[in-house]
Ligand binder design. Structure first.
Ligand code: TXA
Ligand code: MG
Length: 319
């Protein structure tokens, strides 16, 4: 069900869960201070409770009751890139329920840039906990339709804010007193972070993947149901998989005839356009029920690194 802003505010104030647009991907939002709303988020997604949630705010002032202190380098980044596609791991106060952080003393905080969601957050007197609005392990939604097809009957509704401009999840950073810790690559690049802070950036693995590697749990993330491979040489892989019904996702237009389905992510290889279209293309190709999805790898630099990171998880062994 589509909700307007007023209906979304009402549902959220009543402990409901509502999918909201952001500039990265759609989030599944609920009142972070209401444990029953938080439970509904985990339940709707089928997400393990060991995987913590990001808190969303309209501005820095709103975070005051929830954050012990903002380390100077993260504050600098927040001032330069927020609202925008970057998430900060900072020490939490007792006002943040432990359920939100899965017991960690650091909480993830983000200031989304999408106009409707910014307005929504400005009207609320509680933070919104919002993971990506997909079924746990599946492709993050970049449109209201993608949310409805995955979670439509499990949530109170969706605020339709059009297609997400960015198309992949936010960059996640922390600070260990010496270096910036980069937990997830995203639309704000490592180079931009180094430049803004003048501080070394070190890569860290993200908490969810560590937990998800527990025996019997899915290793894969962002993954289509169809078997998916990530390749550099499209022609060679198509020959290798001759006889199978192939769905091809290429970075730029290709003149390939022997695939059943194909989709192109950009006209001329522009990396922002590729990011913008990637998840919807994966979703569309997964609906075709082909034997295999072949995705062309992005150049491994800047935003391309973030895309390849997601794609590697999308093709990981489902265990
Ligand atoms: O762009 C985004 O960040 C989107 C939009 C909706 O804001 N949200 C998003 O949330 O991608 P989610 O839950 O799908 O991914 C957040 C990641 C998870 O891997 C989670 O483990 C990690 O952030 N995370 C959240 N809180 C954390 C914490 N306190 N400590 C360490 N990792 C945390
Ligand atoms: Mg997610």
């Amino acid at each position: 069900m589509l909700l307007d802003l007023t209906q979304a505010v009402e549902a959220l104030c009543n402990g409901g869960v509502v999918a909201i647009p952001t500039e990265t991907v759609y989030g599944l939002a609920g009142n972070a201070l209401n444990i029953s709303a938080v439970d509904k988020i985990y339940k709707a997604k089928g997400r393990p409770s060991s995987n913590p949630l990001i808190l969303h705010f309209a501005n820095l002032e709103q975070t005051e009751p929830y954050v012990i202190d903002w380390p100077e380098p993260l504050l600098k980044l927040a001032q330069q890139y927020s609202p925008g596609p970057i998430t900060f791991l900072v020490s939490k106060t007792k006002a943040v329920p432990n359920r939100i952080t899965a017991g960690s003393d650091r909480v993830a905080i983000r200031f989304p840039k999408h106009e409707i969601t910014h307005q929504l957050l400005s009207q609320l007197d509680f933070p919104l906990a919002a993971p990506s609005a997909n079924k746990s392990g599946y492709i993050s939604p970049t449109s209201a339709t993608m949310v409805e097809m995955q979670l439509g009957n499990k949530i109170n509704g969706v605020v339709d804010g059009g297609r997400c401009s960015g198309g992949i999840e936010s960059t996640i950073v922390g600070f260990n007193g010496k270096a910036i810790e980069l937990f997830r690559h995203g639309l704000i690049s490592q180079e931009q972070i180094e430049k803004a802070t003048g501080i070394e950036v070190i890569e860290k693995s993200i908490i969810s993947e560590e937990h998800l590697e527990a025996p019997g749990m899915m290793k894969s993330h962002y993954a289509p149901d169809t078997r998916t491979i990530l390749v550099e040489d499209i022609d060679a892989e198509i020959k290798l998989h001759k006889g199978l019904e192939i769905a091809l996702i290429s970075l730029t237009p290709q003149s390939i005839t022997d695939v059943a389905f194909s989709i192109t992510l950009s006209k001329n290889g522009g990396i922002n356009e590729i990011a913008h279209n990637l998840y919807s293309a994966m979703f569309e190709m997964d609906q075709k029920n082909a034997d295999i999805i072949i995705i062309e790898k992005a150049p491994n630099e800047g935003l391309g690194k973030a895309l390849n990171d997601r794609l590697k998880r999308a093709v990981a062994d489902k265990g």
